[in-house]
Design a protein around this ligand. Structure first.
Ligand code: 13P
Length: 267
């Protein structure tokens, strides 16, 4: 995975370049249109010099347009933090894949821990979102991860399997547009990063689950997320089964995100 290659900064569907690390910033409910454009513009200065790292950012919906405006024509990819499975209709608070694409987005995050645990989205709903995103030509970051309670009960791998089993049989044709993110719930926003061993094991388990459904297809890239910062990323990105990071808090700081990109480049 960590091979230097010439960058293929395609914004098009299917633009995942498997030799590149993905550093994806999930801005969550931070940065309005003005502040978001300022940070995105600063990142456009960073992205072109990167040889093995793609920078992706997912602003809040209302910030997407101003971010897309300053990033158009640059290697930065812009995405949404969630997506609905219908194209239009009476779904208050939701947006569709065609709206996301029209606004300049090329990827969607689906199944984020906060959607699951704060907003009560279940595996069925998340499955529908993911399949719609994939068929709507958005690269899909499919998030999974266990709670502390599940980990302590020794149920981590059962939970990962449970979260994946709805989509694994459905995605062979669209596999090249899929990215997994392993984000243990207890590591998100807590400053408590998973250990190298825990990350390696979880990513290994995801790879095995993938292979059991798709023995002849490469497993999609797997990002790690949960309290990633410049002090802990070096060991994480060095793991052969880690293809990048899904970053919350540290992605709101130009300096920290730039440092993470530098660490990825040096990996
Ligand atoms: P933090 O990096 O703030 O822990 O958030 C991780 C995350 O949820 C990214 O999607």
């Amino acid at each position: 995975m960590h091979v230097v290659s010439s960058a293929n900064h395609s914004r098009k569907y299917g633009g995942i370049t498997k030799t590149m690390n993905i550093l994806a910033g999930n801005w969550k409910m931070n940065l309005g249109p003005e502040q978001g454009a300022v940070l995105a513009r600063a990142l456009t200065e960073v992205a072109p010099s990167l040889n093995k790292t793609e920078l992706w950012i997912a602003p809040p919906f209302l910030t997407v347009a101003s971010v897309a405006e300053v990033t158009t024509g640059t290697p930065l990819r812009v995405g949404v933090q969630n997506i609905h499975w219908e194209e239009s209709g009476a779904f208050t608070g939701e947006i569709s894949t065609s709206m996301a694409r029209e606004s300049g987005c090329s990827f969607a995050i689906v199944g984020h821990s906060e959607r699951r645990h704060v907003f009560g989205e279940d595996d069925n709903m998340i499955r529908s979102r993911a399949l719609a995103a994939l068929s709507g030509e958005l690269t899909t970051i499919f998030c999974i991860g266990e709670t502390l309670e599940s980990r302590e009960a020794g149920e981590t791998f059962r939970i990962l399997e449970e979260q994946l089993k709805g989509i694994l049989p459905e995605v062979s044709d669209s596999a090249r547009h899929l990215v997994f993110a392993y984000e243990p719930v207890w590591a998100i926003g807590t400053g408590k990063v998973a250990s190298i061993k825990e990350i390696e094991e979880a990513h290994g388990a995801i790879t095995e689950l993938w292979k059991s459904h798709h023995p002849t297809l490469d497993c999609p890239p797997i990002l790690y997320g949960g309290s990633v910062n410049p002090d802990n990323f070096e060991g994480i990105i060095a793991l052969p089964n880690v293809s990048g990071g899904l970053v919350g808090g540290a992605s709101l700081s130009e300096e920290k995100f730039r440092k993470l990109a530098e660490i990825s480049e040096a990996s």
